[in-house]
Design a protein around this ligand. Sequence first.
Ligand SMILES: CCCCC/C=C/C(=O)SCCNC(=O)CCNC(=O)[C@H](O)C(C)(C)COP(=O)(O)OP(=O)(O)OC[C@H]1O[C@@H](n2cnc3c(N)ncnc32)[C@H](O)[C@@H]1OP(=O)(O)O
Ligand SMILES: NC(=O)C1=CN([C@@H]2O[C@H](COP(=O)(O)OP(=O)(O)OC[C@H]3O[C@@H](n4cnc5c(N)ncnc54)[C@H](OP(=O)(O)O)[C@@H]3O)[C@@H](O)[C@H]2O)C=CC1
Length: 293
Amino acid sequence: MSKSVNLASSVFRTDIFSNKCSIVTGGSKGIGKAIAIELASLGSKVVIASRNSKEIQESAESIKSITGNEHIYGIECDIRKEESVKNLVKSSIDKLGGINFLVNNAGGQFPCPVENMTIKGWKAVIENNLHGPFIMCKEVFDSYMKENGGSIVNILAEFKRGFPLMAHTGAARSGMDNLTKTLSMEWASYGIRVNAVIPGTIVHKSMIKHYGEKFTSVLDILRKKIPVQRYGTCEEVSGAVCFLLSDAASFMTGGSIIVDGGQTLITPTSLFNVPEHSKLPAFQWLNNVKSKI
Ligand SMILES: CCCCC/C=C/C(=O)SCCNC(=O)CCNC(=O)[C@H](O)C(C)(C)COP(=O)(O)OP(=O)(O)OC[C@H]1O[C@@H](n2cnc3c(N)ncnc32)[C@H](O)[C@@H]1OP(=O)(O)O
Ligand SMILES: NC(=O)C1=CN([C@@H]2O[C@H](COP(=O)(O)OP(=O)(O)OC[C@H]3O[C@@H](n4cnc5c(N)ncnc54)[C@H](OP(=O)(O)O)[C@@H]3O)[C@@H](O)[C@H]2O)C=CC1
């Protein structure tokens, strides 16, 4: 790998993934892009995949320039479509030489109470967050990991108390939690570990664009209740993903890491309010290139 300048200062040793090949779905922006940057900065060859072909190529170029890693490829793919996933996996193996790591990050939803939800809307979100990651796992397994082992990390969203206004995503993420556990057992004998990362509220450019300023401003009420008293950064999610992919997590499979600043511990009946503080600041190794995420 030619490493001219690496602007991404991960906490991990810079060669830990130097012989690895990774796919990150939804790597064109937000959390997925941060994960792809960190993997690339640690030496992995990386394919990022998303639906917008122009955006995915531009992101691949920007990851190359941020990390100095030339082995970054953008491939157009809709994870909901089996043929598109087959093409992604085949092209990735052709370009990278294999697939050691799969990060199922692509996903998302829209806020909507069930009484207003159409069947089409329900299906779109279930396909994006459950069916799509399932096809990705299956195709990567059949095409490479069954023979060679590997490590898979699924990005979920907190679902354990239900998900009012986002029932579709709650159901899909709960399904992915179960699938993560099932695959960890079914595929252990193939040398494959399967884990999950559950981000809390990670506010970044495209997230604000997707939900709108009005919706995200409501989040400020929530921010005050979060024990760390702030939202998370994309890099803070990425660190957990890299840990799970790495040998440091070699005894972890079927597990999940919650990266939410303590948000899931808040209950409506809690009498305790965290005093205002700024003692737990964000960890942002991408400070100098923040505008690119
Ligand atoms: C604040 C709390 C944080 C909660 C924790 C989670 C945070 C995050 O996940 S942040 C990441 C946010 N990013 C995304 O969600 C991006 C990904 N989202 C999407 O790609 C889409 O929103 C989609 C998957 C949900 C819809 O995909 P798409 O294929 O583009 O959808 P269609 O145009 O085919 O629509 C199908 C159908 O879905 C209904 N629908 C879609 N959008 C909305 C909406 N905004 N409001 C209500 N209903 C919606 C609708 O029925 C669509 O059919 P048509 O009516 O025929 O268009
Ligand atoms: N940000 C947050 O607070 C939280 C996020 N999450 C989850 O983390 C993951 C990343 O979130 P975030 O970075 O904020 O989201 P973004 O909306 O910023 O990015 C989503 C990425 O997924 C891609 N994508 C969406 N649908 C598909 C599809 N069908 N096929 C291929 N690519 C697709 C998008 O590209 P394109 O649209 O061009 O295809 C984009 O690259 C998502 O699963 C999200 O739901 C979970 C909890 C909280």
